[in-house]
Design a protein. Structure first.
Length: 368
């Protein structure tokens, strides 16, 4: 297994990133705007929390007792979970929402509020994914085990031939797996790998937060409705499953096409742990934008259709990505570097499907 701490990116071969950073900084200075959240972002934050909690309050209040209507409200809560994750928690845990660390920390824990773990997410996403994007066995966002093959360096098994068909079903299970299993597995792994210590956190503290937040989540999402509503336990579980299935599916189909898409790169370090490109160029080679002209889509997904801008400047709030994308694209073109962008979300999903199908083929055996 490739160890993250042994991987080194090449020194910059051009002034691309320093020039780009200077131009982006000049943009914010000239426009006299903060790189953090604005009023539009604050409104969106309120909206996303309401999208999640309003259906919940309606259900536990007993105003709606029809099982089918309650199922519909559960699906709406799933959209709320995805909205909170994409458009609020994501910025907060990157430190991009506010200049005040306590605000970022508070909103970052919204992930715990919907059943996840902010700490695990920050290690997996901020540290491993953003630093080592698309590097096999290090970037855990593209390293699912067994059932899916998302890099050409992963082990191939026969069932992968059909992953372009069945992957969509498993995408819906993503948040449910996080809540029930993955968070516990990950915190044990991160403790063993030293990530908890490197984040300057305390193992006992993170375990306490994880366990307490899981208990509170189960209490309000299952125990309270069970005692307040005339529903059987299995009916509640169906609603919870449906809620998480919607959330997981939305999150997966937004994140996957950004990196697991036809034409992307999967660089591997050499025997010395060196990556050929600098970190910034590596991000351009492994990341793809999509549907940049769709304002509503961009609004709901937290600007994560501007993945290139996000990867280069994760500390900038997503409400600014559209404007700085022009600077990023022009600068990349100026330095002769790639700037991959799919015109629509459908194009991105098709590109993702094509790569899943390609990676599902049995690799050719190279003669020695």
């Amino acid at each position: 297994m490739t160890k993250a701490k042994t991987i080194k990116f090449a020194p910059p071969r051009s002034d691309f990133f320093s020039t780009l950073t200077q131009r982006v900084n000049t943009h914010f200075k000239t426009e006299n705007v903060s790189r953090h959240a604005n009023n539009h972002m604050r409104f969106k934050t309120i909206f996303m929390f309401c999208l999640y909690f309003t259906p919940y309050v309606i259900m536990v209040s007993g105003y709606v007792l029809n099982p089918w209507l309650m199922l519909g409200l559960s699906l709406l809560m799933g959209c709320g979970i995805a909205g909170i994750g994409l458009a609020v928690m994501h910025d907060a845990n990157h430190g991009a929402y506010s200049k005040h660390a306590w605000v970022n920390s508070l909103l970052g824990y919204s992930l715990n509020l919907v059943g996840g773990s902010a700490f695990n997410w920050k290690v997996q996403h901020n540290v491993l994914h953003h630093t080592y994007t698309n590097i096999h066995d290090v970037d855990e966002d593209i390293s699912p085990r067994g059932i899916l093959r998302m890099t050409p360096h992963s082990k191939w098994v026969f069932i992968h031939r059909f992953q372009f068909l069945y992957a969509w079903f498993f995408y819906g299970l993503m948040t449910l797996v996080w809540v029930l299993v993955k968070d516990f597995v990950r915190i044990i792994k991160y403790q063993k790998d030293g990530h908890i210590q490197r984040q300057k956190s305390d193992v006992r503290k993170e375990w306490a937060i994880l366990i307490l937040s899981k208990i509170l989540y189960v209490a309000y999402i299952f125990v309270l409705p069970y005692y307040l509503l005339p529903l059987a336990w299995w009916q509640l579980l169906i609603g919870i499953f449906a809620m998480h299935y919607v959330a997981g599916f939305i999150l997966a189909i937004i994140f996957q096409p950004a990196h697991v898409i036809d034409g992307t790169s999967y660089p591997m370090p050499d025997n010395h742990g060196d990556i050929h490109n600098s970190w910034a160029v590596h991000q351009l080679c492994t990341t793809t934008n999509f549907a940049n002209k769709s304002r509503f889509f961009s609004w709901y997904v937290g600007g994560l259709n501007f993945q290139i801008e996000h990867h280069l400047f994760p500390n900038i709030c997503h409400v600014h990505y559209r404007k700085i994308s022009r600077i990023v694209k022009d600068t990349a073109n100026e330095f002769g570097l790639p700037y991959r962008s799919e015109p629509t979300f459908v194009h991105a999903l098709w590109g993702h499907t094509k790569l899943l199908k390609e990676l599902g083929r049995k690799p050719a055996v190279v003669a020695g």
